[in-house]
Design a binder for this molecule. Structure first.
Ligand code: NAG
Ligand code: NAG
Ligand code: NAG
Ligand code: NAG
Ligand code: NAG
Length: 866
């Protein structure tokens, strides 16, 4: 292939541009090559498929005219069959030194150069079948000492003579040779392979052999002999052939087209030599057989060692004017008798009896077109252990004849195969076989069973295996099934529902095949106590869960792919359980397991479906919810404790309660005081002596509220605090370490702050009596801390010289005593705010009205205050 090499040249050029200097001449050369390449476009792809390890190349049917030259050198297998190669040249395979298997069949090879295979000394298989060789290429084969299989039949060489070369092919095991040009088999043709024991020798001759020379096959030492030899015109050749095979270590003898054009009409016994041939198996393939020839063959088989006889694809015809002989074929003892692919069913009853079946153990009548079984046939099959009548045209009425007696016939039959027929009634089969005591296996696949509604069928108790695949059954079929089964195959039978009752009764059932049906639902109550293998793939159910197959305690293998699965938690649960448990094996996981529901998962693999744990597991959801709640509660509790929330709650509660009481008791009298002083009792002395005196002594005097003097006796202290704070224009806090320690001061501060909410802090006056460490303040004083840091406060100076300035500051903060304004929101404009009415009076009346309120609270408060 010059074009091919051109491409390779250009390629290697491109791969390694440094290799050549680019000259104008080179450019021209390149251009020329590119043109050639362009012309050669179609054949640019390699004609061979080469495996990745480069050990095998398949170049079948590529219309090659010659052996491709660019093959990997390590090739071991090369297939060049079905091409148009005409000759093999010296160098064609010279690089392929590792070649072991070379297929050159179906070419047009006429010539093989003598040194073609000189480099291929490892070659073990060479196929030259169906070429045009006009002579056997002995010279070329000489180096092939490792050759085991040589096929060179269907060529055009006219003689079957093997020369001396073949005596050197010591490893040869299989040799097939000859062709339609071979008309003569000469006595010395196979002399050279006399010493070579073969496993198979096949010889093809012209459709009509002219001459078989005595002694030709006696040179052979082969286990199997395939004769593609027609003796139409030379019937005497057959006895000679059989004679030459006497005592040979032959096991298998096969004749193809023994009579190609004519039926044998002669009476001379051409098979008489058969008795002395040692072959155990005899096959007649194709060719014309009449009753006469068959009878001659069988009579001699009877006397021979042949145990297996096959008649395959023969053209059988009755012999005209044939008179049935007195003695039938009554002594034929065969292990296997195979009648296959025969158009004429007359062969079964070839001399009008069925006696030739009497000694057969395994009887195969396959594709013989028979549709009727006469009563006497049943009786003759008394030694049959397995009967295979597959691919015929049997119908119920024809196989079961009311007039026949089916009792105690076929006493040895164990295996009855009636697949690929036209049987419709299961009950008929049951009735027919009900007394066959050994029948254990019945195959009725590929029939028409299921249309009839049949029940109470009687079966032989020995039946354990039933094949009903490829029928068209309904749920009614279960009413007729035997309950002794261990194996039931009802695949591809359009079954859409299961009869659970049947499975409870069929306690021995171990293997159930229901693939390819239309089962829409797998009920959880499906009990099958001993089932080990179940196939339900290719059905129509989508929902399975943990409970499915739960009533099959022994289930070990399950095939369930190709169903329209609902990828929901149930399925996930089922798979989790199965895949983590070694007891049950999913035979087809994950191939074919596909989601059909819900829609977002359509056509995705079930194996890829992995819901979150929280999607499926309720206990996990509950556990998570509980722990979250617990955490929140704990966090709340910690926060409450940390930020004194209980204290605030208590204080808020007090405000609310006080507001409530206030609403019920008396309207507040806002700004009855200029100032409310909040202080701890440790600071009482200072307050009375310094603060109170100074404020009340000023002109005009400030009205000041202090708890020990102005609180209404008998009222609850919190109410007192709140009311008086509300009634005071300003609130003065006397801050000291003791203030911080006093609970009541805290309340006062809190309420003052509450009052200030929404307004400003203007009303709060902070008097720092002694310095306090802000950082040391407890958390609940964050307000105070904030006020102290954001608001200017008044510090009480210890030096007396600075004290007048303090008073000045304080008074300016408090404002002029007369000018106490009335808050328009809180007070009735007619109300005299700073009236002379003693606020205590209100309190007194109030307390007298609420005598029962003089409770322990007040007493405790009083003690606390002191
Ligand atoms: C090769 O096979 C073809 C088709 O199968 C057939 O027509 C042809 O005669 C065969 N050639 C030889 C030499 O047998
Ligand atoms: C045939 O070959 C075997 C070896 O496989 C040998 O034992 C036997 O003697 C040979 N028979 C004849 C008849 O040559
Ligand atoms: C049947 O074969 C047995 C041996 O297998 C033989 O003894 C007997 O004579 C034969 N009978 C007939 C009728 O050929
Ligand atoms: C025929 O039936 C037998 C037994 O039922 C079975 O083993 C065998 O495979 C069948 N053979 C053919 C060629 O159908
Ligand atoms: C019955 O024969 C069919 C083929 O004809 C074969 O495929 C099948 O396996 C056989 N049945 C049994 C039980 O062997």
């Amino acid at each position: 292939m010059p074009v091919k090499t051109g491409i390779r040249y250009v390629k290697s050029d491109k791969d390694d541009p440094t290799q050549m200097e680019v000259t104008p001449l080179h450019m021209l050369w390149m251009a020329l090559l590119l043109v050639i390449m362009g012309l050669a476009q179609p054949s640019e792809t390699s004609p061979c498929y080469i495996t990745e390890d480069e050990l095998k190349a398949v170049c079948q049917g590529r219309s090659l005219f010659s052996v491709p030259q660019d093959l990997p050198v390590n090739l071991q297998v090369l297939d060049l069959s079905y091409n148009k190669i005409r000759q093999i040249n010296s160098g064609d395979f010279s690089t392929l030194t590792q070649l072991k298997d070379l297929d050159l069949s179906y070419n047009k090879i006429m010539f093989i150069a003598t040194d073609s295979f000189s480099s291929n000394i490892l070659l073990e298989q060479l196929n030259l079948f169906n070429n045009s060789l006009e002579e056997i290429p002995s010279q070329a084969l000489t180096p092939l000492k490792q050759l085991r299989e040589l096929s060179m039949s269907n060529n055009l060489y006219p003689r079957s003579t093997l020369d001396g070369t073949f005596s050197t092919l010591k490893k040869l095991e299989v040799l097939s040779m000859g062709g339609s040009a071979v008309r003569t088999i000469a006595s010395q043709d196979f002399l050279s392979i006399k010493e070579i024991p073969l496993k198979k020798f096949a010889l093809k001759t012209s459709s009509s052999l002219l001459e078989y020379q005595k002694g030709a096959f006696s040179k052979l030492n082969t286990t199997a002999l395939w004769c593609d030899i027609s003796v139409d015109r030379n019937t005497k050749a057959l006895p000679l052939i059989l004679h030459d095979l006497r005592g040979k270590p032959l096991q298998y003898l096969r004749f193809r087209k023994l009579f190609e054009f004519m039926y044998y009409m002669d009476t001379s016994d051409i098979f008489s030599g058969l008795a002395e041939v040692e072959a155990k198996e005899l096959v007649f393939f194709r060719g014309k057989f009449n009753e006469n020839l068959l009878r001659l063959a069988l009579l001699n088989v009877q006397k021979s060692l042949i145990r297996d006889l096959s008649l395959i694809a023969i053209d059988f015809a009755r012999s005209p004017e044939w008179k049935p002989p007195e003695a039938g074929i009554a002594n034929l003892t065969l292990r296997h008798l195979v009648l296959k692919d025969i158009n004429n069913p007359d062969i079964l009853r070839f001399d009008w009896t069925f006696t030739w079946f009497a000694g057969v153990t395994y009887l195969f009548i396959l594709n013989v077109n028979f549709n009727f079984v006469p009563c006497d046939a049943w009786g003759e099959m008394r030694n049959v252990v397995a009967l295979n009548v597959s691919r015929n045209r049997l119908e119920n009425n024809n196989i079961y004849n009311q007039a026949c007696i089916y009792q105690d016939i076929l006493p040895k039959l164990e295996d009855f195969n009636m697949t690929h027929n036209e049987l419709a009634s299961l009950k008929t089969v049951a009735t027919m076989t009900s007394s066959w005591s050994q029948l254990s296996k019945l195959d009725l696949s590929h029939n028409l069973i299921g249309g009839l509604n049949e029940f109470s069928c009687t079966w032989t108790p020995s039946l354990v295996w039933l094949g009903l695949a490829y029928n068209a059954v309904t749920m009614d079929i279960f009413k007729c099934l035997p309950t002794t089964l261990r194996f039931l195959d009802m695949s591809y039978s359009q079954l859409d529902r299961l009869d659970l009752d049947y499975f409870e009764r069929a306690v021995d059932l171990q293997e159930l095949l229901l693939s390819g049906n239309k089962i829409k639902f797998i009920p959880t109550e499906w009990k099958c106590p001993n089932l080990r293998i179940l196939h339900v793939d290719g059905n129509s159910f989508g929902a399975i869960g943990k409970g499915s197959f739960g009533n099959m305690p022994d289930l070990a293998y399950l095939k369930a792919g190709n169903n329209p699965y609902h990828c929901v938690c149930d399925l996930h649960g089922f798979l989790q359980e199965v895949l983590s448990n070694s007891k049950l094996t999913l035979l087809d996981w994950p191939h074919g397991w596909t989601c059909y529901h819900p829609e977002p998962l359509l056509y995705t693999s079930v194996a890829a479906y992995a819901p979150r744990v929280t999607d499926c597991d309720v206990t996990v959801v509950v556990a998570i919810a509980v722990s979250i709640t617990a955490t929140v509660v704990i966090v709340c509790m910690v926060l409450c404790w940390r930020f004194d929330v209980p204290w605030y709650l208590k204080a808020t509660f007090h405000i609310v309660r006080s507001k409530y009481r206030a609403g019920h008791s008396q309207p507040s009298k806002p700004f009855a005081y200029h100032a409310f002083i909040s202080y701890s009792c440790s600071d009482a002395e200072w307050v009375r002596r310094e603060l109170l005196q100074r404020l009340e002594a000023s002109t005009p005097p400030y009205r000041v509220c202090i708890h020990e003097r102005d609180f209404t006796p008998g009222r609850w202290i919190i109410d007192n605090i709140i009311e008086n704070i509300e009634n005071s224009h300003k609130i003065i806090f006397v801050l000291s370490r003791h203030f911080v320690d006093s609970e009541w001061c805290n309340y006062e501060l809190y309420f003052a702050h509450q009052r200030a909410v929404g307004l400003s802090f203007e009303d709060v006056v902070l008097v720092v009596k002694e310095p306090i460490d802000l950082q040391a303040l407890p958390n609940k004083f964050c307000k105070l801390r904030k006020m102290l840091s954001s608001k200017t406060y008044l510090e009480w100076p210890l030096e007396p010289s600075r004290q007048p300035f303090f008073w000045l500051q304080l008074k300016s903060v408090l404002g002029k005593a007369e000018m106490v304004p009335v808050d328009p929101r809180n007070a009735d404009p007619n109300d005299d705010v700073l009236s002379d009415t003693e606020p205590t009076l209100d309190g007194l009346t109030d307390s007298t009205l609420e005598l029962d309120n003089l409770s322990l609270e007040n007493i405790t408060v009083d003690t606390q205050m002191s």
